[in-house]
Design a protein around this ligand. Sequence first.
Ligand code: AMP
Ligand code: GLY
Length: 441
Amino acid sequence: MIKLSAKSITQLMKILIFGSGGREHALAWKIAQSPLVDEVYSAPGNPGMDKIGPCFELDPTDLKAVQELALQLMPDLIIIGPEAPLAAGASDALRARGFDVFAPSQAAAKLETSKGFAKDLMEKYGVPTAAYGRFDDLTKALEFLETMEAPYVIKADGLAAGKGVVIAENLEDAENTVEEMMTGKFGDASSEIVIEEFMEGEEASVFVMTDGEGAIYLPVAQDHKRVGDGDTGPNTGGMGAYAPAPVVDARTMELVQTTIVEPMLSGMAEDGMPYQGVLYVGIMVTEQGPKVVEFNARFGDPECQVLMAGLPGDIVPALLVCATGGLAGSHAGLCEMMGLSDFRPGAVVVMAANGYPGTAEKGTVINGVDKADAIDGVTVFHAGTDINEQKELVAAGGRVLGVTATDADLKVAISKAYEAVELIDWPGGFCRTDIGYRVTR
Ligand code: AMP
Ligand code: GLY
């Protein structure tokens, strides 16, 4: 039996989403299809989200503005997309005002905002991950490096916009990186660092929706983090993704559940910081089984775009139950409502503005999105887009569009996404041409 609050059964829900990326557009798009929902608000949103419901301009890390907007709109459920508002304490501030929030507390989100904290918890709960040391003292960090073997993995403790991880091939480069980080490269975010063992294997992104006790596992996705074809060039936020990823077979998934997710959720609950919302487990599938590369306290972007596009059912009841509790008792029904067992395989190709991940060119005009969107099974999600004075769609960020396609056959979905990309006329942008190569090659 699914327990939804009486309020949501007798009257349609209003849902407020904080964020403005492809992830949030995909969430808004999916949520708006729910028969339980009559209004989707976004803050600040983007031109794609603006077509779904009203957008409100604000900085989601501004807790005063966030609370004021929520009090004005009185939504039945609030979803926080990106990590920055979580780090700022937005979920706690909204819960303190009585709102139901799908997002972890600031304390639980520390899994993403402090890599050292995440490593310590994994050690405490016996969760498989790379051996590590955690340092705020340069001399000790350099001494520890001597005990490790190349390649050296060096991580800034705090949020560093995806640039805080360096894999150094030799000891000299590793020492230089440690010194640079600890003497202020990322300010406070790298005054403390983690040095860890290099793990060999293939990476995958596991997403778990949870109320702190129960867990719904979404199809496993694989991201493409490097900017260039063949996984070359600098790291980005993610240039494309697909799901389901065959690298995680049933046995590996069972190990992810029993050796990683279950001990993390029960340990955090026992330690007084239950994890609610979506837990993103970045894993390395190694010869010894899956090991944690990192945790994030939110949906991955672009992975979320493929997950939302591929779920045929209604995700709103599951979001609501994760925010309010009682997942264990309603698990089967919620999975059925989401259509989890009928998930449609899919791929997203990210189109980014020229210059990304360096300085991205802004203001270039984009045409043809409607034509791409019109292909059966294709949805183009907006991220860094804007509308200029001439009412044209223009680039306004690094990652700009998420061209997403689904099909019963993953390979067909990938080619459909590229067919749609061909219809987008945007000389100011580019994409990788090999998203999903592990499946198509
Ligand atoms: P993170 O931000 O922790 O996900 O690190 C960024 C990327 O660095 C990951 O996606 C991996 O490709 C790589 N990485 C991080 N930690 C390790 C590790 N211990 N061994 C191998 N690769 C790693
Ligand atoms: N796609 C990687 C991330 O969201 O962190």
